[in-house]
Design a binder for this molecule. Structure first.
Ligand SMILES: *Cc1c(COP(=O)(O)O)cnc(C)c1O
Length: 383
């Protein structure tokens, strides 16, 4: 079975058939506790539902397969819960290097909360490998955390090179791969030790589940600590969410490929738009990270892009208010296209320019998406 293509295994959620009914869709396991064997053991391996739930394990098996993760995958209550579990599995006093341009919620947590946990955190432009090399401290740095493509500028970090730099310093590399998805990039095969996703985004794809996942290349003290952290703190995913995620992932490949193709077409058309100053998308040859992206992403460059408008902040906020088809909301990766003025939500300290609109491309008709955006941008200059 394992020599089948990932899209085959994902479409059938690993081909699981319910042994009791022969159902092609697995049941949702809701039990919190399981019966002991006559000999006082637990031969099923299921003891109590905080760590042990079959619906969760079935979704984790799909994720471990997608990420080519020999040590397996772990689901969490959210992407943030997954990311924070990694940092809280380090020891107070440990040094961490993280991308400066990254998901704002995690950057805020690292800047304001991780230090209360005793971690020392340095932010660096991780697409600049010399800067990354200068930021790691051999023997002291325990973890390098990168996001690629990174929110909301879609800068690209070379995963293989970052892994070499981290490992040479005795540190591990973790990659937030939410915006690449396992369809386009498998960081563990490029040398990363951990990969993290907000499964609330394209993995589930329907904007109706909050979930997070970590997957590991090998068993290690850190991976054991992460498992214990989830188990003990209980940052687990509920069985209904795990079921919805597993259902959503069955169409991951068709959604992701369609969304990436549409994002690429929009990026190309918007580049020629007279009121667009710059399009940020790693699929464009003029994007500074394009060559690295072409090497480490396959089958597309993702569903996320940003545009900077010649009219500045007022034009950007105005255009986001005028769209009719695009939905003006935060988040990303769903089948419906979303637009957001990021600087408004990220607040002070954000590296996001104020003239920037972030676009999450859904599965709607690409022409409709372009026309709606074009009309909303042009209406600003007539106003
Ligand atoms: C949304 C997001 C997160 C946080 O995930 P939640 O599921 O919302 O907790 C982390 N990283 C990236 C890149 C994201 O887009």
């Amino acid at each position: 079975m394992t020599d089948w293509n990932k899209r085959t295994l994902t479409a059938q959620a690993m081909g699981h058939i319910d042994p009791l009914t022969r159902a092609v869709v697995p049941p949702i396991h809701v039990a919190t506790t399981y019966i002991r064997d006559a000999d006082n053991g637990y031969s099923s391996g299921y003891i109590y539902a905080r760590p042990h739930n079959a619906t969760v394990h079935e979704a984790e098996a799909v994720l471990a397969m997608l990420e080519e993760a020999p040590a397996g995958a772990l689901l969490f209550a959210s992407g943030m819960a997954a990311a924070v579990a990694v940092f809280e599995s380090l020891a107070p006093g440990d040094h961490v290097v993280a991308s400066r341009v990254m998901y704002w919620g995690l950057r805020n947590w690292l800047a304001n909360e991780a230090t209360r946990w005793g971690l020392a955190v340095d932010f660096v432009e991780s697409d600049d490998l010399d800067a990354l090399r200068a930021a790691v401290q051999p023997g002291r740095t325990r973890l390098v955390w990168i996001e690629t493509p990174s929110n909301p500028m879609w800068t690209i970090t070379d995963i293989a090179a970052a892994a070499d730099i981290a490992h040479a310093a005795g540190a591990r590399l973790a990659v937030d791969s939410t915006c690449a998805s396992p369809v386009h990039t498998r960081p563990l095969t490029l040398g990363a030790d951990l990969v993290m996703h907000s499964a609330s985004k394209v993995l589930n794809g329907h904007s109706d589940v909050i979930a997070g996942v970590l997957a590991a290349r090998e068993d290690s003290d850190l991976w054991e600590r992460i498992k214990a952290t989830r188990h003990n703190r209980g940052a687990i995913l509920g069985p209904f969410e795990a079921y919805l995620l597993q259902r959503g992932m069955r169409t991951l490949h068709v959604r992701q490929e369609r969304q990436s193709a549409s994002a690429m077409a929009l990026a190309q058309r918007l580049t020629a738009h007279p009121m667009v100053a710059q399009v940020l998308y790693p699929g464009l040859p003029q994007h500074p990270g394009h060559d690295v992206a072409a090497r480490q992403m396959s089958g597309g460059f993702g569903y996320m892009l940003s545009v900077r408008l010649t009219g500045g902040e007022a034009a950007a906020i105005g255009a986001a208010a005028r769209v009719r088809l695009w939905k003006r909301a935060t988040s990303l990766g769903g089948v419906e296209s979303l637009i957001e003025h990021r600087a408004s939500i990220e607040g002070t300290g954000s590296p996001c320019p104020t003239d920037l609109l972030r676009l999450s491309t859904g599965i709607e008709d690409t022409g409709d998406l372009f026309d709606d955006l074009d009309e909303a941008i042009r209406a600003g200059s007539r106003g």
